[in-house]
Write a protein that binds this ligand. Sequence first.
Ligand code: ATP
Length: 234
Amino acid sequence: MLTVRNLHVYYGAIHALKGVSLQVEEGEIVTLIGANGAGKTTTLHTLSGLLKPREGEILFQGQNIAGMAAQKIVALGLSQVPEGRRVFANMTVLENLELGAFLRKDAAGIKEDMEKVFVRFPRLQERIKQLAGTLSGGEQQMLAMGRALMSRPKLLLLDEPSMGLAPLLVKEIFSIIKEINAAGTTILLIEQNAHMALSIAQKAYVMETGKIVLSGPANELAQSEEVQKAYLGG
Ligand code: ATP
């Protein structure tokens, strides 16, 4: 579904991605783990069109989307849930969800997806008229995920969904990610919580200073000495 080849991204003179390559097959959960500043968010932002690569290819369902406008990429079926959720604080839950569908014109499909979001996140339905800025951290994460689902993505990019959440909520968010995947959405997940990420992913990539340094089946990486030492506190 997604093939990334030799991606190079710069912030001015800073060479943030130094030849990143990765692959996501349809139906998978793939995780990208690594320390602070390794380049995980930069990778996601390049995939979603917020940053332009200087070099490299991003093939999404066979089409090269490298450097394409972000909203065109969303329209093709690739949506991002940004780090720190970034919900529209002064808009209601309902308005945030409606914005997720802003590129769509199929009113019946939008309504159907809104209902699905409410089944998946009953707490959002209870708070439909509440301003998003007054939701708890976990609820904002749910809203950000719901908003992304409103674009009916084929591939969902998640940037640190567990950040700042209490352990019980982290569990809840991860089980929802698994459900979203089981319902047919492919997932690329960035996480600092390597333990949780490796437990739900089929495949994993480890990133250090702008490069992929390790990759393989998630269960094998979870057993590897290097990963245990660096990311699992073992
Ligand atoms: P974290 O887990 O802390 O979010 P990350 O793996 O997502 O880290 P990035 O945010 O992608 O890492 O950052 C990769 C590198 O690019 C870092 O060295 C960072 O300082 C640098 N960087 C990120 N954004 C910018 C920017 N807007 N301008 C300059 N440098 C940046």
